[in-house]
Design a protein around this ligand. Structure first.
Ligand SMILES: Cc1cc2nc3c(=O)[nH]c(=O)nc-3n(C[C@H](O)[C@H](O)[C@H](O)COP(=O)(O)OP(=O)(O)OC[C@H]3O[C@@H](n4cnc5c(N)ncnc54)[C@H](O)[C@@H]3O)c2cc1C
Length: 389
């Protein structure tokens, strides 16, 4: 429900009504906890990102009533991984994973719009156009300042959950954020392939950086990682020259692209926190970690953060909400999954970064070996579909 007044105290205050904050809010709607979501944007963001969601994420959203045909999700039934200049490749299929699909692709804009609708229609108060500008952590509660409708409101909560994408966590004195800039940009665009994509996603480790093609309706969504200099030059090309460069990188390993929509770019970095909890504070989603999009794992991981925290809160007595023992439990439960996915994603970026020929050859052999080894391939599919839990 859209909040018309700002409460002075709640059990749980969620900062950010993006995909991860919205899942937590929806789960808490079924409890007797008082909850408030403060969301800075007046309307959901029409973001050009195409998101690859794992089967596990789809289940989490569906179980919370946050899945709908209006998302126009495109199933992924096959993933094809290759490296530029070598023969090595690996293929993962949904039949091998024993699922009807490995995952699916949705647009960030459509997902954000659906979640905002559901939050507005549900019982949890949603304060739109409300930016949390400051946070103070005390023993029994935390206090935030919310800028809303030309005024600053002070709200206290037993637990403040940061689901704000990472901006506030970076400013808090008692939380250490580690940033590893990749000095890379991702170019995003919707492409038209010359032949149907057959619900295949392609991941190609090109010399200048990894390139992903995700099936999105009849089109393919491009996420092309490269140096900022290359990105600036390629953003300035006309469509024909851009497609020629892209098709040269694909080298026949994916269908030829015959048309490209508008291009956007995002800077890429790895950001992790020493701790994902503090006094009366928990971090979820991109507030807890920001990953390179190469393996399409950021939101999948964030949704599992929200799921774990929701499960703890659903089963807790009121007095336990935000207590240090509960927060320590949340941090412990998330450590393995978050650590493994972060390590896997960063490792993939670093492994395929070097153009050094012997290393390139070794990687090619690695991909070939993986393709020949059924159990290893199934394990990779399991990790990509469900995370490392
Ligand atoms: C190019 C690219 C491609 C990607 N592809 C994939 C993919 O294929 N699969 C995948 O799983 N992940 C992918 N990701 C990662 C994914 O987009 C993020 O992990 C995900 O959006 C994080 O969700 P979130 O809700 O934590 O944060 P966000 O989506 O950033 O939402 C945060 C929300 O908090 C609000 N907010 C911010 N500050 C405040 C404040 N002070 N007060 C109140 N509200 C505030 C914002 O308005 C926003 O609505 C990709 C990322 C990029 C950049």
């Amino acid at each position: 429900m859209i909040a018309t007044r700002v409460p002075t105290h709640v059990d749980v205050l969620i900062v950010g009504g993006g995909p991860v904050g919205a899942l937590l809010a929806q789960r808490l709607a079924a409890t007797d906890l008082s909850v408030l979501v403060a969301e800075a944007r007046p309307a959901p963001l029409d973001d050009p990102r195409a998101l690859a969601l794992s089967w596990g994420s789809r289940q989490l959203l569906g179980d919370a009533g946050l899945w709908d045909a209006q998302l126009e999700a495109t199933p992924i039934q096959r993933v094809h991984v290759s490296q530029q200049g070598t023969l090595g490749r690996v293929e993962l299929t949904h039949t091998e994973a024993g699922l009807s699909e490995l995952g699916c692709v949705v647009s960030y804009g459509k997902l954000a719009a659906l979640l905002r609708q559901r939050l507005a229609a549900g019982p949890v108060p949603l304060l739109e156009n409300a930016e949390v500008t400051a946070l103070r952590q005390l023993e029994a509660y935390a206090e935030v300042q919310i800028a809303h409708a030309g005024q600053t409101h002070s709200v206290t909560a037993r637990l403040v959950v940061l689901a704000d994408g990472g901006k506030l966590a970076a400013t808090l004195p008692n939380l250490n954020q580690h940033a590893k800039p990749y000095r890379q940009q991702a170019i995003l665009a919707l492409l038209t392939p010359a032949i149907p994509h057959d619900n295949t996603a392609w991941e190609r480790f090109a010399d200048g950086g990894p390139l992903a093609l995700l099936p999105c309706g009849q089109q393919l969504a491009l996420v092309w990682t490269q140096s900022p200099e290359h990105a600036a030059a390629r953003l300035a090309l006309d469509d024909a020259a851009f497609l020629a460069e892209l098709n040269a990188q694909l080298a026949g390993r994916a269908p030829k692209m015959i048309a490209a929509g508008p291009r956007n770019s995002f800077p890429l970095a790895l950001k992790t926190m020493d701790q994902v909890v503090g006094k009366r504070l928990a971090l979820i989603g991109n507030a807890a970690q920001i990953l390179h999009p190469v393996a399409g794992q950021g939101l999948n991981l964030g949704l599992r953060d929200a799921d774990t925290l929701a499960t703890l809160l659903e089963h807790a007595d009121k007095a336990e909400i935000g207590a240090s023992s509960q927060l320590a439990r949340y941090a412990r439960l998330r450590r393995r999954d978050a650590g493994a996915v972060t390590y896997f994603t960063d490792g993939l970026v670093e492994l395929f970064r070097s153009p050094f020929p012997p290393l390139k050859h070794a990687r090619s052999l690695g991909l070939l070996a993986l393709d020949l080894c059924g159990p290893a391939r199934r394990e990779l599919a399991r990790k990509m579909v469900f995370g490392s839990r």
